[in-house]
Design a protein around this ligand. Sequence first.
Ligand SMILES: [Zn+2]
Length: 246
Amino acid sequence: MLGAAGDAVRGVARTMTRAVGAATLDVSSGVARAGEAAHAAVTGQRIGPATLRVRVVILSDENGHALTTADLLAPSIDRADAVLTAGAGIRVRLTGVDVEPEPAPRQALEPHANRRLLLDDVLGHTEFYRRISATGPLPGVSIGVPITVIVVRDIAGKVTGCSLGISADWVVVQACLFDAQQPHTYDDTVLVHELGHAVNLPHHPDRANIMYPASSPPSDVRGTGVRGWQSALLNANRHVVPGAPD
Ligand SMILES: [Zn+2]
């Protein structure tokens, strides 16, 4: 009888531990660079390069067909690099694009969004994402670990990408974002928007900002602006390490 409740309690503890660990690391690793970024924002100077490592995992459907390709994803990765380099001095380094060849579970192919996804995470229902995004013995509490972008088939509602913020090292994005043949769904701003959430940025009310919540291709795609304080937060994050990509 206590099974589900026990799972939930353990799930909350796990999620909280990850979030607290992540926040602690943000403080210890990022303060110097955040100060540098804040100073640069005030003075209009550019700060030295930093690197955000990103890995992509493409899920396969029930028939074992990959949901998209590395080639189709490339423009969104390039866009993320351009936006973060211009706005925050952060280069995006793609560490790899992997296709998960085994058919993914339905719940992983078509996840819930936002709070429901967070609930799923707390209940342990996102184990599949955590497993394929794991990059070390302690996922979620290491400095400079890549963020894993997981390409899924469909996210519930009108959401096309979703991140659990600093408590997870993975984000999910919908495959149709990357197909340039589909102008009504193609949007190369979503990947970098979700990376923004994963490194701690909240939504911003300015349509010209990369963290504006809505984006409606082809006619009303969000802008790609980054404010100085957003640059400071980005640079303080544990996923971002000083120095140019190796
Ligand atoms: Zn968002």
